[in-house]
Structure formats: C-alpha cells, structure tokens
Design a protein around this ligand. Structure first.
Ligand code: ASP
Length: 586
C-alpha cells in the first residue's frame, strides 16, 4: 500500500492516527535539530517532521533528500506548534517513523510553486513540471468540472453525445484546414475538422433530435495572441427549434455553470442586435461591464470649417466620467494610443467639461463654447467629464473608438474580472462582402438561414440580409455562436449561388449534405461554445493557454515534444509526397 491518505486531507480530527503518505518533496527546511519537509501531491501539502534527537538516522535521511524526489512516509498525525492557516492541513504534521525513497529527481529547472521563477518557454518545455504547480493544475480541475457539468446539464435535457470523425474532407470556406495525406489513396488528403458542423446537421436529418459533443477542432490560422491551432468546442445541435429555443437552452447551460461552479446567480441575459452593438460599442462582442457607449456628433460638428469633421463620414464620441482633469501628457498618451498602427486613427480630439462648468477642447479654434455645450449635452456629460472624439470612415472609426473605449474602461478599473456580464448578440448580417474580390462570403457559415422576412433581399441587396445567427458574449469575449440552419434544399442552393458557387462546385463540396436534405431534413439549429475561452473567463485568465494541459506556442509549436517535425524520406515516399528543396538548402 503506497498510501493511506493523500497529502490534502489530514486534519486535527485525525490526531494520533498512524498514516502512510506518498508524494513529492516540495520544500525542505532545516532548523537546528529539526527538519521539516512539505510533501506534495495533487490534493495538497502536508508537513513532515523529523527530530534529530528522537531518530538520528531518519533525520539524516530526510536531510539527504532534494526537491521533487518521490518519497513514501509512515508516521503519526500530531498537532503543529506553529500552525499555517493558509493551507487546510496547516494545523497538523506527521511525525515520521519510516521514510522510503520511491524515486530520485534531477533539480527542476524552475521552482514548482504558486509563483514560479520559470519563464514561459521553460515552463512549456517542461510542462509536466509546470502542471505540478497548484495554480496551473487548478485550471485543469476547473475545466474538468465545467465539462462534467455541461454533460450533466445536456444529458438531463436529452442531448446525446455523439462522436464525429476527425479525418474528413477539406472545404474551402472558413479558415485554412490542416490536411492529412492518405497513404491508401495517393495524392488525396483528409482534412481535420474546423468544427463538426456538417455532421451535426446530418445527425438532425438522422432524427437524433438533440446532439452535443465536447470536441477538438482544428484551424490552421496565423496564431494571433490568444489562439491555439487545436481547441475544444462544446458543440450542439437541436431539431424543431427556433432561435429562442436555442438561446434559452444555452443561456440555461451558462447559468448552470456559473451557479454550480462559481456560485453566481446571473440575471436574464440581455439581447442586442448586431446593428446596435456596432452603433453603440463599435464591436460585435461588446464588453458590457461598463457604459461609455458611443454618441454620434456628426451633424453638430458641421459647417465650422473644421475639415477633419466636415469630410468625415462619421464623428463619434465617448464620455469618460471624471477625467476632465486629465493632463496634457495623459491626453498625448491617449492620442499615441489611437495612432498606433494596430488602431490606426489619425488623431484624437478631446473636450474637457471642467468642474467649474467651462468647456475646453482641442478644437476651440473652430467651435464656440456654445457649439461645444451642444456636444456635451448630446453626450449627457456633467462637469468633470472628458469627451473623446474620433472621426473618419464609419466602420473603421467605430472600431478605433471601440479600442479607445476598452482602454478607458481598463484605465478606470471598470473591467473587473470577478464581475460577469453576459449578452446575446443577435441578427448578424448573413453575408460579408470582400470588396477586393468583389464577392460575398458567409459571415457565419453557408448553412445559416436568413431571416424569413429578409429572403427577398437575397436578390436585390444581399448585404442587407440578416441571419438567424447569434453569439454569446461574456465580458467582451465571444464565448460561442450559432445559428438556425437552412433546411430547405432550394434555399440552400440559392445561398450557394449568392456565395458564388457554381452548381457543380456546390455539389462537389457539399453534395452529401444537399442530397441528405432531400430526405426530410427537420428544421434545426445549434451553437458551439469555445470551452478553452469559457474556462479562461471562469479562471480569470487573460489567455486560454493555461486552460490547456499541453498547449502550443504562438508559432504553433509544441516545444515539449518538439512538434511539428520532419519525417523520414521513406514515410514521404509512401505518401507520394515530394518536398521542394527549400531555397538555400543543399
Ligand atoms: N460550427 C459553428 C462554429 O464553429 C457553430 C455553430 O454554428 O453551431 O462556429
């Protein structure tokens, strides 16, 4: 028997019990004739105590151990004289009478503690050591609980978890696919799924009624800050539902998770149209933990010979409470912020509504106090407020103003990680135009249904068609999205044609779906949540990386196993793949 107890469970109520524990040596403290060892396992830390006077050999043996050795000890539970209130086992210690070394350990390259001294690369290279740290492990425990509660909730509502294939065919829509050569079919390739979208729709045709899957998905995108090439979705689909049914079910799931895991009761989630989200926040995933919504000033600014505003399609402002006292330097900082290439504004205009009621702006040359007062009124400003104004082309300027709003929210401490604001964004546009290619793309995916009342617009003004598509946003993070699907093969064919697919091309890509839809497809719809993101919100992490046991770095590499890697020539030959010599190579 390796252990009678774990390192996290003994308490004062266990006094005088003889116990056996196994674990890792976390810390050794030598104090005169006493040596104390913190023994660690997944469940916690228990202090072991060795007394030179009581058992000299054992004390010496304890002194010869090093960090991260694996040991087994037997001893008696005793009350500690100096207690540690920060850990649950902090009132007891084990007076050891037997110590066995189960395995030695090299000195780890960084300390296995809450605040490790290891840098990112090192922690990733030795991820199995990093995972010994409680802060990292706790994220995975949280992830486990969220997955478990998700299964429980969905199971109770008759959802069936069905596995869909990982080796599928490549489709041109969406992000770039990871492709896998097929040895048995030379010159042909599988693709890894970006989502189980088509399969879950086929399951609805098959009459499964309610499907879910906690499933790995793959997208070969250039890794932006917080992306992983493989990530996990809580993927769902339901038959005989309208948008409200899906939203209610998954609002329920979200509340269930907040309640059971965080003990938080959430009020009903507000719903906001995509158009309002863009108009008020300049973003389809607004952070609604704070206000500072956009105010349009265009017509108040016209005809005063200020070219920047006169020529702008859009003039938008935010009212920042209590910041009229911002110094010149602080305002310059904000100007630099919006002028950064990632944001790309040409400049920033401000209006201070001073405490004494006077108004002072960076464009006083052009605008009278009376003009400025109108702006302030429109913004519902009060003395002490600062108004920040950006101008330009509507869509771009809204995006820039959105960044500025988030920055001001952060500066004012309004983006508290412990507060949760959930929001449904609905009525997304069905299509998005690529101006360069002069063609429409599906904003969500080609199977999303247009709103019935907008279908006629498909012929006249496709860009204006709204979809039965929705996103769940929490604290400005897109947690998931989905849509009601097209279940009518004629409408689906129409959609393909709007997207510029020839009939042949559509048949080649999605023929199986189109034929399936000829055999009685029920009305259906669904949603997928990003589990990694969801966990990171619950854990208060800025990145999804530490919600994943073995993540990739920003170059898409696993630095621990050193993947991707090259393969033997024989393997390539078997696959009929010839590598082009890289320029510069011999
Ligand atoms: N498959 C979609 C996605 O991955 C979600 C859905 O429509 O259910 O975004």
């Amino acid at each position: 028997m390796y252990r009678s107890n774990t390192c996290g469970e003994l308490r004062l109520s266990d006094l005088n019990k003889e116990v056996t524990l196994s674990g890792w040596v976390s810390r050794i403290r030598k104090m005169g004739g006493m040596t104390f060892i913190d023994l660690r396992d997944r469940y916690g830390i228990t202090q072991l105590s060795f007394n030179q006077e009581v058992n000299h050999d054992l004390w010496e043996q304890a002194n010869s151990l090093s960090r991260e050795w694996v040991v087994q000890v037997t001893g008696t539970v005793q009350e500690r004289s100096s207690k540690n209130p920060r850990i649950p086992t902090g009132e007891i210690e084990i007076i050891v009478n037997k110590l066995t070394v189960l395995n030695a350990s090299k000195t780890p390259p960084f300390t296995i503690e809450t605040d490790s001294d290891g840098g990112d690369e090192l922690r990733m290279k030795y991820r199995y050591l990093d995972l010994r740290r409680d802060v990292v492990r706790q994220n995975l425990e949280l992830r486990h609980k969220m997955a478990l509660e998700t299964r429980r909730y969905l199971d109770e509502r008759k959802f069936l978890e069905v596995e869909t294939p990982v080796l599928i065919g490549s489709t041109p829509e969406g992000a770039r696919d990871f492709i896998v050569p097929s040895r048995m079919n030379p010159g042909q390739f599988y693709a890894l799924p970006q989502s189980p979208q088509l399969f879950k729709q086929l399951l609805m045709v098959a009459g499964f009624d309610r499907y879910f899957q906690i499933v790995k998905c793959f997208r070969d995108e250039d890794l932006r800050a917080d992306r992983q090439p493989e990530f996990t979705q809580i993927d769902c689909e339901m038959s005989f539902v309208e948008q409200d049914d899906v939203l209610n079910t998954f609002e329920g799931l979200t509340k269930h998770l907040f309640k059971t895991i965080k003990g938080v009761d959430l009020p009903p989630f507000p719903r906001m149209s995509y158009a309002d989200a863009m108009r008020l926040y300049g973003s389809d995933k607004p952070d609604t933990r704070f206000g500072m919504t956009f105010v349009e000033l265009k017509e108040l600014t016209m005809g005063r010979d200020f070219k920047v505003f006169d020529s702008a399609e859009y003039v938008g402002a935010i009212r920042v409470p209590g910041c009229a006292s911002y110094t010149r330097r602080q305002l310059d900082e904000l100007t630099d912020f919006v002028k950064r290439p990632q944001i790309g504004a040409l400049g920033l205009i401000y209006l201070r509504y001073n405490d004494d009621g006077t108004l002072k702006s960076s464009v006083d040359k052009f605008y009278s106090e009376e003009d400025l007062r109108k702006w302030a009124e429109r913004c519902e400003a009060v003395p002490g407020d600062l108004i920040l104004v950006l101008a330009g082309e509507t869509e771009k300027t809204r995006k820039q103003l959105s960044e500025l709003r988030l920055e001001m929210g952060a500066r004012l401490g309004l983006r508290d990680k412990h507060r949760f604001e959930c929001l449904w964004v609905v009525d997304f546009p069905l299509l998005e135009k690529d101006e360069e290619l002069n063609r429409f793309f599906a904003k969500h995916h080609p199977f999303t249904s247009p709103k019935a009342e907008d279908v006629p617009l498909l012929d006249t003004n496709p860009g204006a068609v709204r979809a039965n598509a929705y996103d769940l946003v929490i604290n400005g993070v897109e947690i998931g999205g989905g849509s009601i699907r097209i279940h009518d093969s004629q409408l689906q064919a129409k959609m393909f044609s709007v997207l510029g697919f020839t009939e042949e091309k559509a048949r080649e890509q999605f023929g199986f779906l189109m034929s399936a839809f000829q055999y009685g497809a029920p009305p259906h719809g669904g949603i997928a949540f990003g589990l990694d993101r969801f966990v990171s919100i619950f854990a208060g992490l800025d990145s999804i990386r530490d919600t994943i046991a073995f993540p990739k770095n920003t170059a898409g590499r696993d630095v621990m196993i050193d993947a991707p890697s090259s393969v033997e020539k024989e393997q390539l030959d078997e696959l009929g793949i010839q590598l082009k010599p890289r320029s510069g190579a011999h």
